[in-house]
Design a protein around this ligand. Structure first.
Ligand code: TXA
Ligand code: MG
Length: 340
């Protein structure tokens, strides 16, 4: 059945679908999520099926108020309370210890913790309040593909597999939320996002572990979802590092003529005379615009199957630049121009 695209004025219909155990994609400030009643095991199972998601990968629980979290978790620490006050609603997802059997194994993947997110999007907060239950909310893409930043991206991947999509236009951040594990002695960032390690440390006044970079970082990431090849378009992506010369990239393209994509910042786009077989898309001026555009541009290239290779500009991993580089590395499978 054709998936309905709903407007903000049709939230009652969307909430009814959720209560009936149907799937509804919803907007957030980061990327679109795939919603189902988190307390309805059959509904949650449909989420894995629609995305083609491995069943050992736990889901984020999306809420519209703090009481919805408290119902399932052990009492919050003062640090957790301070972080909620500062960053909720917003792009910080926090992992807490659960009360025994508080949520089904389908949601938690059998862990005694769960990740909670309070997104900064009024339509979705209203949807959850109307449904009266928290909703699971993985990104609303086919597993392995770039996360969706518009309702059209969701439609492309999931039309016919879900009841509806609530459309609130393009998302503002463009990469998924920061995941902070608050269930351990030293809070630890499992996935970088718009809220940085420094932002968290400024609130809790002690060092936080960056799980991706600390000494002795494990091969198997603690957030199960981080181990999969992710965000990959059909073409092979190569990262052009800050110390690479774009004239060398152009020389390589001229020696290896084929339809080629380039994603680079405004100054690079303007300063190079590009060969005819190159399709150049700008990442804007800074890390925030690059994070905002990355997934949408990777999907754009997928609409033109002729492209076999995409060169994408790398930056230093600071601020939201860390989240951008994390997602770019995954979409490139760690391949760099200097390996060609
Ligand atoms: O911005 C976001 O967080 C988006 C929007 C839609 O809210 N959601 C999102 O969900 O990115 P998803 O499922 O694509 O990514 C959730 C990540 C996965 O890597 C998963 O393994 C990890 O969070 N995760 C979930 N629960 C966990 C837990 N209890 N312990 C460790 N990692 C967990
Ligand atoms: Mg995802």
């Amino acid at each position: 059945m054709e998936t309905l695209i709903l407007k903000g004025s049709q939230l009652d219909k969307a909430a009814e679908f959720i209560r009936q155990g149907e799937l509804v994609a919803f907007p957030t400030e980061t990327v679109y999520g795939l919603g189902a009643d988190a307390t309805n095991e059959a509904a949650v199972k449909k989420v894995y099926a629609a995305k083609g998601r491995p069943s050992d990968n736990p889901l984020i629980v999306t809420v519209s108020n703090i009481a919805m979290v408290e119902k399932y978790t052990e009492p919050f620490s003062d640090e957790a309370k301070a972080l909620m006050k500062k960053f909720w609603p917003g792009s910080l997802t926090m992992i807490f210890k659960l009360k025994p059997n508080a949520l089904s194994k389908t949601v938690t993947g059998g862990l005694n913790t769960a990740a909670f997110r309070f997104p900064n999007n009024q339509m979705t907060l209203d949807l959850i309040s109307k449904a009266g239950v928290p909703i699971v909310g993985p990104s609303a893409n086919t597993s392995g593909k770039p996360s969706p930043t518009t309702a059209q991206h969701v439609y492309h991947d999931l039309n016919g597999k879900i009841a509806a999509i609530v459309d609130d236009g393009p998302t503002s951040v463009g990469v998924e939320s920061t995941i902070l594990d608050m269930s351990v002695t030293t809070p630890s960032i499992l996935r970088p996002g718009a809220v940085t390690k420094e932002d968290v440390e400024a609130v809790i006044h002690r060092p936080v572990i960056d799980e991706l970079h600390h000494v002795g970082a494990k091969q198997t990431p603690k957030a199960p979802g981080m181990k999969y090849k992710h965000y990959a378009p059909n073409a092979q992506v190569y990262i052009v590092d800050p110390d690479d010369d774009w004239h060398d990239v152009v020389a390589w393209i001229q020696k290896n003529p084929q339809p080629t994509g380039v994603m680079a910042f405004d100054d690079v786009v303007k300063s190079i005379s590009w060969p005819d077989n190159v399709d150049v898309i700008s990442l804007g001026k800074n890390a925030a615009s690059a994070a905002h555009d990355l997934f949408a541009e990777l999907r754009d290239f997928d609409n033109h199957p002729a492209y076999k290779i995409i060169f994408t500009q790398g930056i230093s991993p600071e601020g939201i630049g860390e989240a951008y580089m994390n997602r770019l590395n995954k979409s490139a499978g760690q391949m760099h121009f200097n390996q060609l």
